[in-house]
Design a protein around this ligand. Structure first.
Ligand SMILES: *[C@@H]1O[C@H](CO)[C@@H](O)[C@H](O)[C@H]1NC(C)=O
Ligand SMILES: *[C@@H]1O[C@H](CO)[C@@H](O)[C@H](O)[C@H]1NC(C)=O
Ligand SMILES: *[C@@H]1O[C@H](CO)[C@@H](O)[C@H](O)[C@H]1NC(C)=O
Ligand SMILES: *[C@@H]1O[C@H](CO)[C@@H](O)[C@H](O)[C@H]1NC(C)=O
Ligand SMILES: *[C@@H]1O[C@H](CO)[C@@H](O)[C@H](O)[C@H]1NC(C)=O
Ligand SMILES: *[C@@H]1O[C@H](CO)[C@@H](O)[C@H](O)[C@H]1NC(C)=O
Ligand SMILES: *[C@@H]1O[C@H](CO)[C@@H](O)[C@H](O)[C@H]1NC(C)=O
Ligand SMILES: *[C@@H]1O[C@H](CO)[C@@H](O)[C@H](O)[C@H]1NC(C)=O
Ligand SMILES: *[C@@H]1O[C@H](CO)[C@@H](O)[C@H](O)[C@H]1NC(C)=O
Ligand SMILES: *[C@@H]1O[C@H](CO)[C@@H](O)[C@H](O)[C@H]1NC(C)=O
Ligand SMILES: *[C@@H]1O[C@H](CO)[C@@H](O)[C@H](O)[C@H]1NC(C)=O
Ligand SMILES: *[C@@H]1O[C@H](CO)[C@@H](O)[C@H](O)[C@H]1NC(C)=O
Length: 431
């Protein structure tokens, strides 16, 4: 997909943005010849633009030396913001010294004046020996599944400018066009009132928990609608958002944190790609776990498609990071099927404090374990009963039913987010 009317973006004066560390690219598109676009290594934590396979694109004959030279010339851009070329240039700018070089408003490169130490790498988590090493570690730690482009702007056939994307995902519950012409996206805040104490964190970030940043019309893709997954970033004209690329089809198979097979095409996962503004239940791994638990995958007879949302990339031979998964118009049917399975499980169980008076062929559960599942089903039923329940809410209820039945320990994301269900199936006793 694309930014709406990308070729017609209105130029804002540089003064339209807060003072920042690093120079914003002045145009809308890089003025040069695209030599190569690459999607950083899928399935790995750290991707690498300095790899030997890219030596051919640099006049130095080495991607490492070439990338160092591009950084030194202040021509390495992330989201069209140049990384300062040198320690001197960095220390010369007060915002660099106070805030650091920011990617989506989060520091990735900063100087600790107390310890006189440079920090770089993913979100400035790594201490480096020098400014140059810290800056290099920023560009070699952009996460997998995002695109980096090599440009020749002086016509010599080699790379002298690099621009990299750093996009993050968000679920879109509602889009509001504000009175002043900007757009706001609300990601939804499902079920918070009913959220019970043993459930974990639904989101890992709060940028869109309220109205979110106001996005200028020229930076907003008006194809974005309710129920979508979108990508946001802080570009040279401020916050921007575009719709993710949707792949609709039968969910054949998947493996949490590994890969997802939609309609016979396998999409590798991208470690560390930010899904912090997606409901936990719509992140690919967790969505997969719930679908597999209820045996919804590869059920071609049911004809219930899902959507895998990807980072769009320009090179059609490659795929971007899987951002999220949704069941859209099928979310209600999936939830009704999950409720039926859970209700049948509940109905097959006898309540008992110790199983003493329960026949040996009969499974039993304590009242509190029984009530926990009964409550989860009742909440799912309530979502089904309301005509205005979002697909995200219903996907979430399906996820919570799966957690209640199967427990949290087999689900990497659930454990990480603090979900701590034991699992009803695990709690059953036989006399
Ligand atoms: C693009 O670069 C060329 C060559 O450097 C220059 O002549 C031209 O004016 C530039 N165009 C824009 C829109 O900056
Ligand atoms: C597109 O990707 C293929 C395979 O990775 C690569 O060989 C080709 O050079 C890429 N094209 C561009 C324009 O980057
Ligand atoms: C990137 O590639 C360079 C050159 O091949 C290598 O020295 C370096 O260790 C790699 N870095 C990462 C983070 O993979
Ligand atoms: C330092 O900043 C001033 C203006 O703020 C600029 O004129 C000068 O060129 C900068 N020096 C370096 C080395 O970047
Ligand atoms: C700088 O380092 C000191 C000592 O380790 C630490 O207490 C402080 O929080 C650091 N400053 C920043 C801005 O991270
Ligand atoms: C436009 O309106 C939104 C929503 O009321 C507000 O958050 C934003 O600050 C306004 N932007 C400008 C440039 O006035
Ligand atoms: C499911 O998706 C496939 C692939 O896009 C499509 O051919 C098929 O018509 C879809 N099925 C339904 C029931 O929508
Ligand atoms: C999916 O189902 C088809 C038959 O409909 C079967 O041939 C295929 O092996 C199944 N794939 C997986 C991964 O279970
Ligand atoms: C479920 O049952 C087990 C064993 O009786 C008990 O230890 C646990 O506290 C119960 N859990 C809940 C939520 O009641
Ligand atoms: C949920 O709804 C189903 C279907 O209407 C019903 O049979 C079941 O008793 C309900 N369960 C709970 C716990 O509310
Ligand atoms: C959905 O409908 C119910 C009852 O009709 C109402 O109370 C609730 O506010 C509505 N929710 C949303 C998000 O519109
Ligand atoms: C969860 O489901 C998996 C696969 O069905 C099973 O192997 C595992 O034992 C279940 N865990 C619990 C706690 O029920």
């Amino acid at each position: 997909m694309r930014l709406a009317n990308a070729s017609a973006l209105v130029m804002l004066p540089a003064t339209g943005l807060a003072a920042a560390c690093g120079t914003a690219y002045s145009g809308d598109e890089i003025n040069g010849t695209l030599l190569r676009s690459i999607v950083l290594d899928m399935g790995t934590d750290a991707a690498n633009v300095t790899g030997a396979e890219y030596d051919q694109y640099f006049k130095q004959g080495s991607a490492l030396k070439g990338v160092e030279a591009v950084i030194a010339a202040s021509q390495f851009y992330i989201n069209l913001w140049a990384i300062p070329g040198s320690e001197t240039a960095f220390k010369n700018v007060s915002q660099c010294m106070s805030d650091g070089y920011l990617v989506n408003q989060v520091p990735w490169l900063y100087y600790n004046t107390t310890t006189a130490a440079w920090w770089g790498g993913y979100e400035a988590e790594t201490e480096a020996d020098s400014y140059d090493a810290a800056a290099l570690s920023v560009v070699t730690n952009i996460v997998a599944g995002l695109e980096v482009r090599f440009w020749d702007t002086n016509g010599d056939g080699y790379t002298d400018l690099i621009d990299a994307d750093y996009l993050e995902g968000v679920t879109v519950d509602t889009v509001t066009e504000n009175a002043n012409g900007t757009y706001s996206v609300y990601r939804g805040n499902i079920d918070v009132a009913d959220k019970t104490s043993w459930e974990g964190t639904i989101f890992d970030a709060d940028l869109f928990s309220g109205a979110g940043p106001a996005i200028s019309a020229s930076n907003f893709d008006t194809d974005i609608g309710s129920g979508d997954v979108a990508l946001f970033w802080y570009g040279n004209k401020g916050w921007a958002m575009k719709r993710a690329q949707e792949v609709v089809g039968l969910f054949v198979n998947g493996a949490d944190h590994t890969n997802y097979d939609i309609g016979g095409v396998l999409y590798d996962d991208a470690m560390r790609f930010s899904r912090d503004n997606l409901f936990i239940s719509n992140r690919p791994g967790e969505f997969t776990d719930a679908q597999k638990f209820f045996k919804f995958t590869n059920d071609s007879a049911a004809g219930l498609n899902v959507t895998l949302w990807l980072v769009p990339v320009t090179n059609t031979t490659e795929h971007g990071a899987p951002v999220g998964m949704t069941s859209d118009g099928n979310s209600r049917t999936f939830l009704a099927k999950a409720v039926a399975q859970a209700q049948a499980q509940l109905a097959s169980v006898t309540v008992s404090s110790n199983g003493a008076n329960v026949p040996s062929t009969q499974e039993w559960a304590t009242q509190s374990n029984y009530t926990q599942l009964d409550n989860a089903i009742a909440r799912a039923n309530l979502s089904l009963a309301l005509a205005n329940s979002s697909s995200f809410l219903m996907d979430y209820q399906t996820y919570v039913l799966y957690q209640t039945l199967n427990g949290s320990s087999d689900d990497i994301g659930a454990e990480f987010a603090g979900f701590s269900f034991t699992g009803f199936d695990e709690q059953l006793g036989t006399a």
